[in-house]
Ligand binder design. Structure first.
Ligand code: FE
Length: 232
């Protein structure tokens, strides 16, 4: 048997992988599969879904940058890189970014960056595993790294279906009741309700009578059918 709950015991962080193609087009996405896999020379491995726009550019250029997100990273930043496609939007628009080599990275909420030259690609079916040598690495700031557990439990974020660690979505994130337990309302207070995006975790506090039919999640673009009502 394969108990999908077993995968939830694996620990990981959250990272933004970026690449620049020959036309100067910048792409990127969020992953949780970056690992140091060798020390001499220092090498990192990560996997990307074949359908991601970023994957095609890493394959073409043989190079990527990766930043380690801190707990200060906002859902807006994670949503922009994790739940939208570089094929649809310019994810770097309006953001301050820096260059390592010729690859852009977003220093906002990042603890460190790595520039990696890919040496090996392994076809894994839904994903490609990239293994490469670290050409540059630098610490960018202090803080706690964003673990996937923190993202799920505290930020109540979700795993998008194209993620390497997507295992059906069942039980993703912390149950709303448990997550709200620490924020006990005043005993006599009227219950307050909001709408929570089941894809990215964004919470919309307006619209007490229901989201309008043309509503779109500002983080991931999901429609009202993807929202659930929660008590605040
Ligand atoms: Fe969303």
């Amino acid at each position: 048997m394969v108990d999908k709950k077993a995968f939830r015991t694996l620990t990981s962080g959250l990272y933004i992988v970026t690449a620049r193609n020959a036309d100067g087009c910048d792409v990127g996405c969020v992953i949780n599969t970056l690992e140091q896999v060798a020390s001499e020379p220092p090498q990192l491995a990560m996997s990307l879904n074949k359908q991601n726009a970023t994957t095609a550019q890493v394959c073409k250029t043989g190079r990527f940058a990766a930043t380690v997100l801190s707990q200060a990273a906002t859902m807006e930043l994670i949503g922009r890189f994790g739940f939208k496609s570089s094929a649809d939007i310019d994810k770097f628009e309006g953001l301050d970014f820096a260059l390592c080599g010729d690859v852009p990275y977003v220093p906002d909420s990042a603890l460190a960056y790595f520039l990696v030259d890919v040496q090996h690609q392994v076809d894994l079916g839904s994903h490609i595993l990239f293994i490469g040598t670290v050409a540059e690495a630098e610490v960018l700031g202090d803080g706690e790294p964003m673990t996937y557990a923190y993202y799920h439990g505290t930020l109540r974020g979700k795993t998008p279906p194209k993620a390497a660690t997507y295992n059906g979505g069942e039980g993703e994130g912390a149950p709303a009741a448990a997550a709200e337990a620490d924020a006990a309302p005043e005993p006599a207070a009227e219950p307050r309700y909001a709408w929570r995006c089941t894809l990215c975790g964004y919470i919309e506090e307006g619209y007490p009578d229901g989201l309008p039919a043309d509503y779109e999640c500002p983080i991931c673009g999901a429609g009202p059918e993807m929202f659930e009502r929660i008590e605040l």
